[in-house]
Design a protein around this ligand. Structure first.
Ligand SMILES: O=C(O)C1=C[C@@H](OP(=O)(O)O)[C@@H](O)[C@H](O)C1
Ligand SMILES: C=C(OP(=O)(O)O)C(=O)O
Length: 443
């Protein structure tokens, strides 16, 4: 455990670059390993979650090296992975685990998966159900959780599958399995979720189409057994990491911060919409394309915020940003209601419960339902002073350290170690802008 404290900060100022997008980094490695020839990845997120995926892919036979910051993957082609001779440990990474389980489910061998205590508690039924229909069989511990073994299919079958909840992880697990199945696989998602897999599959040469249906759902169809060709991938900065300096600058009076080269895929920008509705002043400068994804420099100046209602339809576009939005809500005037948050209960921690407990500890009034939060803002700096339990969840740690910057009294978290799963330089970057985040000194 690495306890950390964030003391009230003066105005934040400056320009920064946050690390590469975690979702795209996992996918770049997996698709690079499934392509023929060499893939180079520039700007890969070098954090624990993605490094776990790289290690797992090496055990599956991919040759992955890093030369002067550029990651090079010698691919094995679609269906070309080999049986690993050890258990694949994905650490804290839900995306790594679920997508890799999908990828190996179409290979005729057995793969064992495990992870840390958080990942071992997360539901896997959501990927097991469609992958069984594609021909894989599973042996899991109780509750269909990790550790589990996948017996990949000898003859993978294409399927048509309607997702019960919008989940880019489940969609992507199916698409990765479908790569090695003859014929067309179709996934319908109730609301569009992040489409990095679709964009990258197209970039590598797969035939994939998407159609938005009248009821708001989206249909994605992939033609199986493509020949994927090694490519160059430029990974934009992760908007889910940019969220922390962004919210910090929004809530610490007098701040003015710019964040360079951030991915602004429209299926990821729900936080920008929500903060703007709250009255934040955010500019998207120098909009451009990088690696098939829209990118911009974000500029934000602190402004007084007001409470809003975040509708359930917006959840997929900001599913990982609710803990840090809660920090903004705590400083706003009025009540912020966040609806449709059921999925937050099955992330690295039960994020609904962790956010509510943390806000309570910091003197912020919060009501919680099965799938909603209502936070009564303090109309300025919240009392703070709380000691917050992180439950192996990087986003809870970073959200409450962000809240500490805008509070009257310092906020502590019991464990900052999970931050290394997605944003190892978080404290240094925030301190470079004017934050005061460091190890918690006893007493
Ligand atoms: O596909 C992805 O890269 C991700 C999808 C989301 O999970 P769900 O698919 O469970 O919503 C998100 O929470 C996670 O951080 C990354
Ligand atoms: C939910 C997250 O990641 P994962 O599911 O990959 O563990 C996250 O990064 O907030």
């Amino acid at each position: 455990m690495q306890p950390m404290t964030s003391r009230p900060a003066g105005a934040l100022n400056g320009r920064c670059t946050v690390p590469g997008d975690k979702s795209i980094s996992h996918r770049a490695l997996m698709l690079g390993a499934s392509a023929v020839g060499q893939t180079t990845v520039h700007g890969l997120l070098e954090a624990e979650d993605v490094l776990s995926t790289a290690t797992a892919l090496r055990h599956l036979g991919a040759d992955i090296t890093c030369r002067e910051g550029v990651w090079v993957i010698e691919g094995r082609g679609v269906g070309g992975l080999r049986e690993p001779d050890q258990v694949l440990d994905l650490g804290n990474a839900g995306t790594g685990a679920r997508l890799l389980i999908g990828l190996v489910a179409s290979h005729p061998f057995t793969t064992f998966f495990t992870g840390d205590a958080s990942l071992r508690g997360r539901p896997m039924r959501r990927i097991i159900a469609p992958l069984q229909r594609m021909g894989a069989t599973f042996c899991t511990r109780s509750g269909e959780r990790l550790p589990l073994a996948v017996n990949g299919s000898q003859q993978p079958l294409p399927i048509s599958y309607t997702l019960p909840v919008a989940s880019a992880q489940v969609k992507s697990a199916i698409l990765l399995c479908a790569l090695n199945a003859p014929g067309e696989t179709t996934v319908v998602e109730p609301l569009p979720s992040r489409d990095h897999s679709e964009r990258l599959l197209r970039h590598f040469g797969a035939t994939i189409s998407t159609e938005d249906l009248a009821d708001g759902s989206r249909r994605i169809s992939l033609v199986g057994e493509p020949e994927l060709t090694g490519r160059r991938i430029d990974v934009p900065a992760d908007i889910s990491s940019a969220a922390f300096p962004l919210v910090a600058a929004a809530i610490v009076p007098g701040s003015s911060v710019q964040i360079c080269g951030v991915g602004i895929n429209p299926l990821r920008t729900g936080l920008l919409t929500s903060l703007s509705e709250m009255g934040a002043s955010i500019r998207l400068d120098h909009q451009r394309e990088a690696g098939g994804e829209p990118v911009a420099d974000l500029a934000i100046d602190a402004q007084p915020l007001r409470g809003i209602t975040v509708p359930a339809e917006r959840v997929p576009a900001m599913v990982d940003e609710f803990p840090v939005l809660a920090a903004a809500a705590a400083c706003a005037t009025g009540v912020t209601r966040m609806l449709g948050l059921g999925e937050l209960r099955v992330k690295e921690s039960d994020r609904l419960a962790a956010v509510a407990a943390g806000l309570n500890a910091c003197g912020v009034a919060v009501d919680m339902g099965d799938d909603w939060l209502a936070i009564t803002g303090c109309g300025g700096p919240p009392p703070g002073g709380g000691h917050v339990a992180v439950h192996l969840d990087h986003r809870i740690a970073m959200a409450f350290l962000t809240l500490g910057m805008a509070s009257r009294a310092a906020v502590s978290v019991d464990d900052g170690a999970p931050i290394a799963t997605s944003f190892p330089d978080f404290a240094a970057l925030m301190n470079g802008l004017g934050a005061q985040i460091g190890p918690r000194v006893a007493g």
